[in-house]
Write a protein that binds this ligand. Sequence first.
Ligand code: SIN
Ligand code: FE
Length: 287
Amino acid sequence: MIEELPLTQWQGPFDAAVKARALEALESGSVLYFPQLPFRLLESETEFLDARVADGKAKNISLDHTTGKMQASSLTGERAVRLAALMERFGSSAATLVNDLLPYQNVERARTSFRPVQVKGRSYSKISDDRLLHIDAFPTRPMHGRRILRFFANVAPSSPRHWHVGQPFEEFARRFLPQVGPHLPGKSWLYEKLGVTRGKRSLYDELMLSLHDAGKLDSDFQSNSQHQNVIFAPGSCWLVFTDQVLHAALGGEFALEQTFHLDVAQMREPARAPIRVLERLSGKALA
Ligand code: SIN
Ligand code: FE
């Protein structure tokens, strides 16, 4: 489930054998782990390793690299500008690495996030508690089958980031598909009209959200389903299709994350995409 890669550089060219191993592992649902690839902060940026840089409401500080707009930070003025610059530097480094390591064309760079609050000890509703095993699905941004690929860096000086990684996507889908309710016709239309979603949810989006919720709400699944403990050391990075790999973040502080979106057709084996697995299991076109 964890594929360790010996990269020490953020930029290619990378060894052909390493690239082939990365692609196979990623698409088959492993986490690519880069233990020797620290994302370095400038001396002047270490002041941002402080939970108070978050506004205390949202889970993460986010940056839209197309507009430069940062959200959910308590910082203002010059300090806000420097934090945004740090996030931008991380996001563009992550994009270079993803583009140089993987054969995909047109990987779309989406939001960049900074997660400065200790995961342990926060309180959430079950549905928004990412300490419970889940696959990622966006409530407000319909994906129509497109993939969610995320690159993380643990920038904490000494705390590891602790994850659980769960069973393969297909096993999870087989367990929960029979119990997710029927799709309500009209709901996705209404959500778009009300501005709840940007664009209309497809059946795929509805199903992924239902699976996300059903898994988090099932305490037997949470306690007893097969999972692996994973420790991401301080100064390491990792890359994972979070719409496919069941994951839970149990502990840690100070992570950076860059999200990418990818068309299923770009994959070497599109049949491994969640949408294709769900279409096969349900016998329906989903987007
Ligand atoms: C998540 O995607 O569920 C959280 C991952 C993390 O912040 O480590
Ligand atoms: Fe997640």
